[in-house]
Design a protein. Structure first.
Length: 239
């Protein structure tokens, strides 16, 4: 356990250094899936190999000319998105390292706007996947990207309840803020939802979400006309 924490700390330190070196550059644009992509058997083989813990096959396919950035399957995922979810004696680390070394784009998105970092937050809360979060961040993965559900990787990790992944992402976000890096722009549908939520809270006399302090409960919504006023919550014992 101590060695694992040491490795995580060292890798995260490398990410922080990378953030410092790229300060002011902003996030790299995320290319959409190439239009009219031909479903080549070589690329499909690579995509399927990325789902399995089979590093030798991955290397052979890439050496044979398979394109590392290819979108396959119903959700149009990339081999990297598949590789981060594998598990085995050599995986996901070897699969992910091979793909990244071949030029896999860490910020490529699937049909629903998810990146490999989003997919990684849905894996088990164990050391190897936590190390993969650090590896992707150090390879340029942007933790501020929203998917089409308006969720960032941090939101997904928080929902999954993995405190270790949440802590790693929080440190990465602090490093970005300290370096003045520009967050990835939110999709228009997310901005629309936020505007609607603000208007709804304003109409109800509630404060904006960002004005509710951690640990505070926002005021209860007023009862509908004719409904009795709810009783205030009981105080904790001893108060």
């Amino acid at each position: 356990m101590a060695r694992r924490h040491q490795r995580l700390s060292a890798a995260l330190g490398a990410f922080l250094l990378l953030a410092a070196l790229t300060a002011g550059c902003g996030p790299s644009p995320d290319p959409p899936p190439p239009p009219g992509l031909v479903d080549s058997s070589l690329e499909m083989a690579l995509w399927k190999a990325a789902q399995a813990c089979d590093p030798p096959t991955l290397r052979n396919l890439l050496s044979a000319g398979a394109q590392v950035n290819t979108w396959k399957g119903p959700a149009k995922t990339t081999p990297l998105m598949e590789a981060v979810r594998t598990y085995g004696e050599a995986c996901p680390r070897q699969n992910v390292e091979i793909l990244l070394a071949a030029g896999a784009l860490p910020n490529a998105r699937d049909l629903l706007g998810n990146t490999a970092l989003h997919y990684l937050q849905r894996t088990e809360c164990i050391g190897i996947y936590q190390e993969m979060v650090v590896l992707l961040l150090a390879s340029g993965a942007d933790p501020t990207i929203h998917n089409k559900d308006c969720q960032t990787p941090m939101m997904v990790a928080t929902k999954q309840g993995c405190q270790e992944k949440v802590a790693i992402l929080a440190e990465a976000l602090r490093a970005r803020n300290a370096q003045g890096l520009t967050p990835s722009p939110k999709p228009e549908e997310c901005l629309k939802k936020e505007r609607e939520e603000r208007e709804k809270r304003k109409a109800l006399g509630l404060p904006p979400v960002d004005e509710v302090q951690p640990g505070e409960f926002p005021p209860a919504e007023p009862p509908a006309p004719g409904q009795p006023q709810a009783a205030p919550p009981a105080s904790p014992p001893g108060q």
